[in-house]
Design a protein around this ligand. Structure first.
Ligand code: PSU
Ligand code: MN
Length: 301
């Protein structure tokens, strides 16, 4: 039922490195046309390193693994593309709708296609005040059960980062810091929180993935890669933008799956687009690391 683009299918078959990419970041995470430009640049970076990109999304109920540039363009500007997580998949298939896949849905489709490495910007997590709202992203559950390694720049401070780490520990998800012992906080290199393990090379990460599979330890691995220093935003600046965005969210009564897209958009507006530049830089940085990990992994097969 999944459509796998022939180039991607061929690569998987021949042990050529493949990197999965999500489409929610395109449809709901960044404004047009920066979203499309970034998605295409990310694919180009991955190719430059000798890996094949596979952007994942759903068109008329058909899951696509490896979108064409035209399809990416369409995801970037089309209105009404549904944000799709695990629970939404069967409904979107049956209703034959367009769906932008989040981290959870992208992991599922990547795994079904046989792709092991997935690059994104930030994952969903435990939201602030989750004690009352119970808003915990299903990305965390997916990381617990689906065998895909997710490369991200940590989690945004729109989330409760200490609780997100606790949840990942409970779910048995290894959290690795790339060349750092601190959890990066998306826009900033640091968060003041420690990761479980520091890893210093793509090869070391590939070894960990390999051991996890070899020993049938199901589930994902979270690789956290700090934003490049020159784009890192000071905590004082970004925290106040986030606080304001959270206040606006409450005021406007935003709930459920709309929370994350609303906050992302609001932070970009409040920082006058400054945070968007950081977001683009960190995704490209993650793409480079993801491609290298995928490459190292092929050597272990
Ligand atoms: N965080 C970001 N950018 C994003 C997302 C999260 O910095 O685009 C998207 C991802 O697709 C992620 C989803 O899987 O939001 C999480 O949504 P929720 O919090 O509703 O689970
Ligand atoms: Mn949620």
């Amino acid at each position: 039922m999944i459509y796998i683009n022939p180039e991607v299918e061929e690569a998987i078959k021949n042990n050529v490195p493949v990197v999965a990419l999500e489409s929610t970041i395109i449809s709901h995470g960044m404004p047009y046309p920066k979203n499309v430009q970034t998605a295409l640049k990310v694919e180009a970076e991955i190719r430059k390193l000798g890996a094949v990109p596979a952007t994942i999304g759903i068109i008329d109920g058909q899951p696509i693994v490896g979108m064409s540039p035209d399809q990416i363009e369409e995801f970037g500007k089309r209105q009404g593309v549904v944000k799709v997580s695990r629970r939404d998949l069967p409904v979107i298939y049956a209703k034959k709708l367009w769906g932008a896949t989040t981290v959870s849905a992208t992991m599922i489709l990547a795994h079904q296609a046989g792709i092991e490495v997935f690059v994104t910007g930030g994952i969903g997590g435990v939201h602030k005040e989750a004690q009352q709202t119970m808003d915990i992203s299903c990305d965390l559950q997916e990381l617990a059960k689906t065998d895909v390694t997710v490369v991200c720049a940590g989690a945004k401070a729109i989330l409760d980062l200490p609780l997100t780490l606790e949840y990942l520990e409970t779910m048995g998800v290894p959290v690795l810091g790339y060349q750092t012992d601190e959890l990066p906080a998306f826009y900033s290199q640091t968060s003041g929180l420690k990761v479980d393990y520091q890893v210093d090379s793509p090869e070391e990460i590939a070894q960990i993935i390999h051991e996890k599979r070899l020993n049938h330890l199901n589930g994902g691995i979270l690789v956290t890669n700090p934003i490049p220093k020159e784009y890192s935003i000071e905590h004082k600046i970004i925290d106040s933008a986030i606080a304001k965005a959270l206040t606006d969210m409450k005021k406007e009564g935003i709930k459920g799956k709309e929370c994350t897209p609303f906050l992302l958009k609001r932070v970009v507006e409040i920082t006058g687009g400054f945070s968007l530049q950081a977001n683009i830089a960190l995704v490209l940085n993650n793409a480079r690391l993801g491609a290298q990990i995928a490459k190292e992994l092929t050597k272990l097969k």
